[in-house]
Design a protein around this ligand. Structure first.
Ligand code: UDP
Ligand code: MG
Length: 316
């Protein structure tokens, strides 16, 4: 028997928030008669968080705890939580009390009754630093929407709800927690929605992410778009790029040869820009091709090269 609801909470140095958070979650879940589990992943906290989790486990049997040996990051913590989750609906939330457990029932309803695969929270009114977080975040989400085509206002909101199949089909790693909706879309889940959620100022502790999140996030976005398109056939990318660059170089060689035939030794070959363009283009083109072959070798040996998500299989 699995519970109808799993709540996954990654936490890093949040000991002060945990008791209040858990009490609130339990109150909401009991009011709505959910059978639920709360999976707390202590991401190598250096404060008293793990002891607090263990104390809370005595008080609330619904809690299951995982502790990392060191700090790996929010994505690895979510990965472990998703692996352990057994509920039909899985909800993630931050541990710092910035997300409100009062949102759980409506998120749950949208998944179970309205048939959403994924519902992302949208902190429409936000209680973080305006200059370092709110403004860049707006810009960043705009770029995100343009590149991925997913119309979400707050892609990186920690409060999200999923059908179980979604989180079992995707693999969050590195810092990809910012792009779970993109991963879900690439896995073929279409019904992705959002819900305006209440946001609260951080009551205890400090934020774990600074401005570098936007640079790293943008690089990860490029990676994710690249791997989803060419991850299984890298040569289709490197081959086209390599051929184009190489033949551009070759064109310049032909030009140089024609000049040589027409004017003979009167013009030096190596003091023309065309010579250097030809040289670099042909070398770069060859390197692109080589990268493509290497990438193909890696894909060929990847353990998940034949990993597909099946919607229905009636052959069994
Ligand atoms: N977190 C984590 N590992 C980390 C950094 C953060 O598990 O290495 C957790 C953190 O404890 C919190 C959530 O991720 O529950 C969001 O972090 P934070 O509140 O610092 O982010 P912000 O609200 O500032 O975006
Ligand atoms: Mg926070």
């Amino acid at each position: 028997m699995h519970p109808c609801l799993s709540i996954v909470i990654p936490l890093y140095n949040e000991d002060e928030s945990l008791p209040e958070l858990m009490e609130w979650i339990a109150r909401v879940c009991n009011e709505h008669n959910y059978s639920y589990e709360v999976i707390m992943i202590d991401d190598g906290s250096t404060d008293n968080s793990w002891n607090v989790v263990k104390e809370l486990m005595k008080q609330y049997p619904a809690i299951r705890g995982i502790r990392f040996q060191r700090n790996y990051g929010k994505s690895p913590a979510l990965y472990m939580g998703f692996k352990a989750a057994m509920g039909d609906v899985v909800i993630t939330m931050d541990a710092d009390l910035q997300d409100s457990p009062d949102e759980i029932p409506e998120l749950y309803r949208m998944i179970t009754e309205e048939g959403y695969d994924l519902v992302s929270g949208w902190k429409k009114v936000r209680y973080d630093n305006a200059l370092t977080k709110n403004l860049p975040s707006k810009l960043y989400n705009g770029v995100n929407r343009a590149i991925t085509g997913i119309k979400l206002h707050d892609m990186n909101c920690g409060l999200k709800a999923y059908k179980r199949k979604v989180i079992k089909s995707i693999e969050v790693y590195g810092e990809m927690h910012r792009f779970i909706p993109v991963l879900a879309k690439h896995a073929g889940f279409k019904k992705i929605g959002e819900k305006v959620v209440q946001h609260r100022a951080r009551k205890y502790g400090t934020s774990k992410f600074g401005w570098e999140r936007f640079i790293n996030g943008f690089l990860d976005l490029l990676t994710i778009q690249f791997t989803s398109r060419f991850g299984k056939k890298p040569m289709h990318f490197f081959g086209v790029l390599g051929a184009f660059t190489f033949f551009t170089g070759l064109l310049f060689v032909v030009m140089l040869v024609i000049d040589k035939i027409r004017f003979g030794d009167a013009v030096g070959l190596t003091n023309k820009p065309a010579f250097y363009i030809a040289l670099t283009s042909m070398i770069m083109g060859t390197l692109f091709f080589l990268s493509g072959f290497l990438a193909e070798l890696i894909v060929r040996n990847a353990a998940d090269r034949n990993h597909y998500i099946v919607e229905e299989d009636t052959t069994k």
